[in-house]
Ligand binder design. Structure first.
Ligand SMILES: Nc1ncnc2c1ncn2[C@@H]1O[C@H](COP(=O)(O)OP(=O)(O)O)[C@@H](O)[C@H]1O
Ligand SMILES: [Mg+2]
Length: 252
């Protein structure tokens, strides 16, 4: 299969105040692949992920150098609308964060903001819930408050409400860390299926998970991208000693 770059960061230096968080990070994400970002806590994984979604826009005292691109679009171009970027690049967080509304209204919320035709909304919601392996569990209770769902169901709902906008990229920041093993497995199966249609970047602390779901793996340490390669290379014959030590559980 021809590899096509969907998303990229080129020579990123990011500072919060005078503390440098990302150092000369360059990385390219292939279309229809799952890439995992791994590395010890505080090494900048979330900061990098959030940059693609312009999540630092409202942070005081942030300085970002370098170029982030979706296809050929510079994500930090003044002409780029953040709302449009977040429609094309969706994000799922560590803690499921449904709105205090019904299951249906959680799904409809962003569709209304983006002014999708009213008559298409019910079908869009059904297919996104099916795609997220949630439909069968909720189809008879769409008016129920989303907060009454189990944690795993809430997280699948959060994925469904991202998917319903038909994004091109889905960013996930430790989406399973608050979930039990069965829900985790469901989300992993879902991620592997979703990559047929989307490009997925996931931060995970779970090395088994990274091995189960990733095409590529990026290992970060103290704000630098140390090694970026196929899942097999990173886990079975990494080139850098630091990667080997991290994978081997010697730190982090
Ligand atoms: N909004 C912020 N303001 C200041 N420092 C921050 C902010 N967000 C994250 N940091 C710092 O940036 C560093 C990297 O954090 P983060 O990207 O969350 O790491 P990771 O996801 O790899 O655990 C940490 O030292 C963290 O304290
Ligand atoms: Mg993080």
């Amino acid at each position: 299969m021809k590899e096509e770059i969907k998303l990229s960061a080129n020579d990123i230096n990011l500072f919060f105040g005078n503390k440098q968080i990302l150092k000369n990070v360059s990385i390219e994400f292939q279309k229809n692949q799952v890439t995992s970002l791994i590395g010890p806590s505080g090494c900048g994984k979330s900061t990098l992920l959030r940059s693609f979604n312009r999540m630092h826009d409202l942070v005081n005292d942030v300085k970002i150098e370098g170029i982030f691109k979706l296809d050929d679009i510079n994500l930090y171009d003044k002409a780029c609308s953040v709302t449009e970027i977040r429609k094309r690049i969706g994000m799922v967080f560590q803690k499921p964060n449904p709105l205090p509304k019904s299951i249906y209204d959680n799904m409809a919320y962003a569709l209304n903001i983006h002014k999708f035709p009213k008559n298409e909304i019910p079908d869009m919601i059904e297919s996104a819930l099916r795609e997220s392996f949630l439909w069968d569990e909720v189809k008879d209770e769409l008016k129920k408050p989303a907060t009454k769902l189990s944690g795993g169901q809430q997280q699948r709902l959060c994925i469904a409400r991202t998917v319903v906008l038909r994004p091109e990229v889905i960013l996930m920041d430790e989406p399973c860390s608050a979930l039990d093993p069965i829900s985790t497995r469901k989300i992993e199966d879902l991620i592997v299926k979703l990559k047929e249609d989307y490009t997925i970047i996931i931060v995970t602390h779970n090395m088994q998970q990274a091995q189960r779901i990733s095409d590529k793996v990026a290992f970060m340490y103290l704000g630098e991208l140390i090694e970026f390669d196929s899942c097999d290379t990173i886990f079975n014959h990494p080139k850098m000693e630091l990667t080997q030590n991290y994978i081997g559980g010697h730190f982090g």
